[in-house]
Design a protein around this ligand. Structure first.
Ligand code: ADP
Ligand code: MG
Length: 469
């Protein structure tokens, strides 16, 4: 595992303080300021839940707080940056177009000098936008992920009201972050994915080595019926003999099979159909394109020198079940390996978390993390629209809850009322009185909502904008 060479001394950037993250602005002045910070504790869980209807900036706010975490949490002996792993769900076709329109609008209204002074990536933006307009790149670029952390956020320079931009309200500036984006079976050229992700991004086409899987995982990858003889043979070879390569598996299966016959002293007159079973499993395993026998895999590359984005958008050709297995393996690796070897903080972010909770083991993994996070120094940030049908641990185990816009369901309101003492008093639902008002309210409340500190105190807040796209 690679480590950050020299532990650089922490320096205040943006409005963060060491081990405190800047959340945004509250309504009432506290100590003469509206700014709000949240302490991130080394010896406690810091799980966060982001709730709210689509379009109110759950993803954007989670992204903004992850930037604070990357800049301002330094734990352990060497005060290294945290390990940050983000599971990205989708790309946004509209975003690149919005960036393009914004670039031209700012050029027109503010002038080139003004924009150059505010975007250190001015030249890169200019080039990228020319490529967006070029027929040669049609359909291959312009698919910006939800976490394009390598791009400075040009959108924050748009006029927010008469006197302000979003950045000027909060007194922060755009900033690109060193990012490593992992794609599996890329559906387009990784160079194009890199262009959409911003100049600070490394795109790595990755895979997982067979040896990382246990027999239990194997059963899910290739649908083995565990109650068959061939499954027992594979289990012996895979878990006990540690033969974790499809080519060697068939050979080893034969050996185990013959050993079994010898031991049982049976004269085998029937054709060995169990071996046919193992042969087919090996064949299926070789067809799984996100698994390989050799080479540097995801876990050899992932570390805390950059923010890690695991690209589960349409950039990666993966089935839902494969995404679930990879998700589980990443979390197991963090818990069983990474935190045993390193003292840095770990923050894992799962956007649209309901997608990982359909399978039994996905639910169990997440529920377990929220229950136990405190004891293993791994912090989880999850975003979803509804709590409905999610494991209760997500709410009970969350340290803090951010609500973006409003709540999408009355059930969630009732649940939060039960869990948070002052919720009822301080939370107001957004109610439109006409159809036209819906859009107005939506616009007005984007990026605004409530923050529930330690599930104990609820406050209306305007969340800090993201420094990246
Ligand atoms: N970095 C950004 N800064 C400001 N606005 C953004 C940014 N990224 C996206 N947006 C705008 O905010 C809208 C909704 O944000 P998003 O975080 O995707 O909402 P949600 O996750 O709640 O559905 C997007 O459609 C886009 O117009
Ligand atoms: Mg979202």
């Amino acid at each position: 595992m690679e480590s950050v060479g020299e532990a650089e001394a922490w320096e205040p950037i943006t409005k963060g303080r060491l081990n405190e993250i800047y959340l945004g602005r509250g309504v009432k002045s506290v100590n003469g300021t509206l700014d709000r910070w949240l302490k991130i504790n080394e010896d406690d869980a810091n799980h966060m839940l982001f709730l709210g209807p689509s379009g109110f900036q759950k993803t954007t706010t989670m992204k903004a707080l992850l930037q604070e975490i990357w800049l301002n949490t330094r734990w352990g002996r060497n005060q290294e940056p945290p390990l940050v792993i983000i599971f990205e769900r989708k790309y946004d076709r509209a975003k690149a177009q919005l960036v393009k329109r914004t670039f031209y609008e700012l050029l027109r209204e503010r002038g080139e000098g003004w924009l150059r002074a505010r975007l250190s990536q001015f030249t890169e933006f200019n080039l990228y936008i020319q490529m967006l307009e070029s027929p040669a790149y049609e359909g291959v670029i312009g698919l910006m992920g939800d976490f394009a952390l390598g791009w400075e956020n040009i959108l924050g320079w748009l006029k927010y009201d008469k006197q302000h931009t979003l950045f000027s309200i909060f007194g922060i500036e755009p900033m690109a972050f060193p990012t490593r984006r992992f794609v599996f079976n890329p559906t387009r050229d990784p160079h194009h994915i890199a262009l959409d992700s911003g100049p600070e991004t490394d795109v790595t086409a990755t895979f997982i080595r067979y040896e990382r899987l246990d027999f239990e995982d194997l059963v899910k990858v290739v649908n083995i019926n565990p109650n068959t003889i061939y499954a027992q043979i594979i289990k012996t070879a895979w878990d006990e003999e540690k033969v974790r390569d499809p080519d060697e598996l068939t050979v080893e299966a034969k050996r185990i099979y013959n050993e079994m016959l010898e031991f049982l002293e049976v004269e085998n007159k029937k054709p060995p159909t169990s071996l046919w079973g193992t042969y087919n499993v090996a064949k299926s395993l070789k067809k799984v394109t996100w698994l390989k026998a050799k080479g540097e895999d995801l876990f050899d590359t992932i570390d805390n020198t950059k923010i890690n984005v695991i690209d589960f958008s349409q950039n990666s050709d993966l089935t839902e079940s494969a995404k679930n297995i990879i998700f589980k393996k990443v979390i197991e690796w963090v818990l069983k390996k990474y935190v045993q070897e390193k003292e840095t903080a770990v923050f894992i972010a799962g956007d649209e978390i309901q997608n990982y909770l359909r399978s039994h083991w996905g639910r169990n993994t997440v529920a377990k993390l929220f229950r136990e996070g405190r004891s293993n120094q791994v912090n989880f940030l999850v975003a979803t629209q509804y709590l409905h049908s999610l494991p209760a641990e997500i709410v009970y185990g969350a340290s803090h809850i951010a609500i973006l816009g409003t709540l999408a369901s009355a059930d969630d309101y009732n649940l939060l009322k039960k869990v948070v003492p002052d919720f009822d008093v301080n939370f107001e639902r957004i109610v439109a009185t006409s159809l036209e008002e819906v859009e107005i309210l939506k616009k007005k409340n984007r990026g605004k909502g409530y923050f529930i500190y330690n599930k104990f105190f609820t406050e209306r807040i305007h969340f800090r904008p993201s420094q990246t796209l």
